[in-house]
Design a protein around this ligand. Structure first.
Ligand code: PEP
Ligand code: MG
Length: 588
């Protein structure tokens, strides 16, 4: 039998993209290509007739979108469904509509040409933007343009395909994604789009595995080809060999096997056999995942990545808007608690065009950005405070590297509290303020940091990246991205001991907590809480309920003496075998 690497990572029939929605599917490809827009620019004589046609096309387009909006509300939560509401609002935009009508009468050419030209102008502005969010919204607008033009040309609305196929397309609009999902589509693959594209967000909400941003999947995959989509790792295997099919079917079966009996654990505690309870919480990236937190059996939200709001909205919401978002979140999750991380802007996330940085990961990111933009920071702090009235919100600061940053932040938080008090606005005056440790300098000084704040959460995604000097998103050096490196384990141990000395809670909220293989070691190192993707919570619970804390502590002590990643991995795997726990990594 060939190794995992030969069958998979190093195989030459693999297409790499971005893992947008988890799961593994095997099926036949359906190449969805949008009809080429054929636009007629011929002159017209009857202006009234042309404007009447345009208004009718608009009415029909609204009718279609309203139908889609209705389906979206049935299948998804309100926030996700609002994508379509936003499209409907564009169809009501008086400036756009007046411009189109005026140009039809001034230029006396077919309305379809004016519509295409006018909407394309908006799109171009969005496409040249540096923000990935804006680029992706340009694709949503493409849907509106095509819809109006199709209705002007009186062509039928084709949204049905055969059942059980994997849709492969250059790009997918939110409406395509939603409508295909009704045909029991098994998966999505696109050439374009990123994690924040609406197609990706909708696939996650609907639980349909998806890989986006492959660049050339539509060139490499042919209609009817059998393909495998791995939405966990962002790979597509084309024309799989017999061995690969067997390998992935086994993975699918293992996944099904692992899912058995999980539901029963939902309301049980994550407690070791000898009685140490671990607080399992959920990481939330997009608002649509809040429902999943509630059904996942998580104790609360250990990391709310608030910068995602900026990706979703494309702008900084004001204090009122943010207060509404956080209050809604707090009340949805109540009586559980929610740790809101203030905007972690920069790096590969939401960035402002005004900062041109050659090395964004080492640049103005997280707290560094917020201290440069104090008024934005204060707006967010006040909104978080205002939403904290029911005492179930904590606030967390990302990318801290010096004590000075903590002192400055605490001072600004005090100022915000004073201003709210002056305005007689209620909030939780005892709100817990914590930091993320994800930069080596903060890890080294964790004792001193622990004396200043209420809790620490270790962000292993960045901590490993910065400890090992390895870009977390670069495939070329991914072998060096070692969560079981002795460097990582010893650093976590140091941070845990610092937190314990100051008697403050300590958690991990990076992907390492979601790597089920790492859980006994993290528990043995003394972590109180682990925060992970909601889909991993029950798997983690089952593992924790199957070993003794005292044995995990011995495992951790042994691992702290190791010199290489391999040695640690061996010990961890042996721990699983000795305790009869099914060994899994990242679920699959
Ligand atoms: C981390 O760095 O581990 C973390 C949780 O933050 P993010 O992945 O959002 O950078
Ligand atoms: Mg981070």
């Amino acid at each position: 039998m060939k190794s995992f690497k030969d069958l998979y990572k190093n195989s030459d029939n693999k297409i790499t993209g971005i893992a947008a929605a988890p799961g593994i599917v095997i099926g036949k490809a359906y190449l969805f290509s949008k009809e080429k827009l054929d636009i007629n620019k011929s002159p017209i004589t009857d202006i009234d007739e042309a404007i009447k046609n345009f208004r009718e096309a608009l009415k029909q387009s609204k009718k279609e979108l309203n139908k889609i909006f209705g389906i979206a509300r049935e299948k998804m939560d309100e926030v996700r469904a609002a994508i379509f509401e936003a499209q409907l609002m564009i169809l009501d935009d008086p400036i756009l509509l007046q411009n189109i009508e005026k140009r039809i009468s001034d230029e006396r050419v077919q309305p379809e040409f004016i519509v295409s030209n006018e909407i394309s102008r908006y799109q171009e502005l969005m496409i040249i933007s540096h923000e990935s969010y804006m680029k992706e919204r340009a694709e949503d607008i493409e849907d509106i343009k095509r819809r109006i033009i199709r209705n002007l040309q009186k062509k039928r609305w084709q949204s049905k395909i055969e059942k059980d196929l994997i849709v492969v397309s250059e790009s997918l609009t939110p409406a395509d994604t939603l409508l295909f999902s009704r045909q029991e589509t098994r998966g999505f693959v696109t050439d374009h789009g990123g994690l924040t594209s609406h197609a990706a967000i909708i696939s996650r909400s609907l639980n349909i595995p998806a890989v986006v941003g492959t660049h050339d999947a539509t060139q490499l995959i042919k209609e009817g080809d059998t393909i495998i989509v791995d939405g966990f790792n962002g790979y597509i295997i084309t024309d799989p060999t017999e061995e690969q099919l067997v390998f992935f079917k086994e993975k699918q079966n293992k996944l099904l096997e692992l899912q058995k009996g999980l539901e029963e654990l939902k309301d049980r505690p994550a407690i070791t056999k000898d009685g140490r309870e671990i607080n399992l919480e959920a990481n939330v990236d997009v608002t649509g995942e809040i429902d999943m937190v509630i059904t996942s059996g998580a104790k609360g939200i250990g990391l709310y990545r608030s910068e995602q709001i900026l990706n979703e909205l494309g702008a900084f919401p004001d204090e009122e808007e943010q207060t509404m978002i956080y209050s809604k979140l707090a009340s949805r999750i109540y009586p559980r608690s929610c740790t809101i991380r203030v905007f972690d802007i920069g790096g590969d996330k939401f960035r402002l065009v005004k900062y041109k940085e050659p090395n964004p990961f080492l640049g103005l990111r997280g707290i560094r950005f917020l201290l440069e933009n104090v008024s934005l920071f204060k707006t967010q702090i006040k909104a978080v405070l205002r939403a904290s009235e029911n005492k179930n919100i904590k606030m967390m600061i990302p990318m801290v590297s010096t004590l000075d940053e903590v002192w400055k932040s605490l001072k600004i938080i005090q100022e915000c509290k004073a201003e709210l008090k002056k305005d007689k606005i209620k909030f939780d005056n005892q709100i817990k303020i914590g930091i993320m440790i994800e930069v080596p300098s903060a890890a080294v000084m964790s004792k001193e940091f622990a004396g200043e704040i209420d809790f620490i959460s270790i962000g292993t995604n960045d901590l490993i990246q910065y400890l090992m000097a390895v870009d977390r998103g670069n495939d070329l050096v991914s072998d060096l991205y070692q969560e079981f490196s002795p460097v990582v384990i010893r650093t976590i141990d140091h941070i845990v001991k610092s937190a314990k000395q100051s008697k403050i809670p300590i958690s991990v909220c990076g992907e390492m907590a979601a790597d089920t293989l790492a859980i006994p070691l993290l528990v043995g190192l003394g972590l109180d809480s682990l925060s992970m993707s909601p889909t991993t919570i029950l798997y983690a619970k089952r593992i924790i309920r199957n070993f003794e804390y005292k044995k995990a502590k011995i495992l951790a002590e042994d691992c702290l003496l190791c010199k290489t990643e391999i040695e640690i991995q061996k010990k961890v795997k042996k721990f699983f075998d000795d305790n009869n726990i099914t060994r899994t990594r990242n679920i699959i």
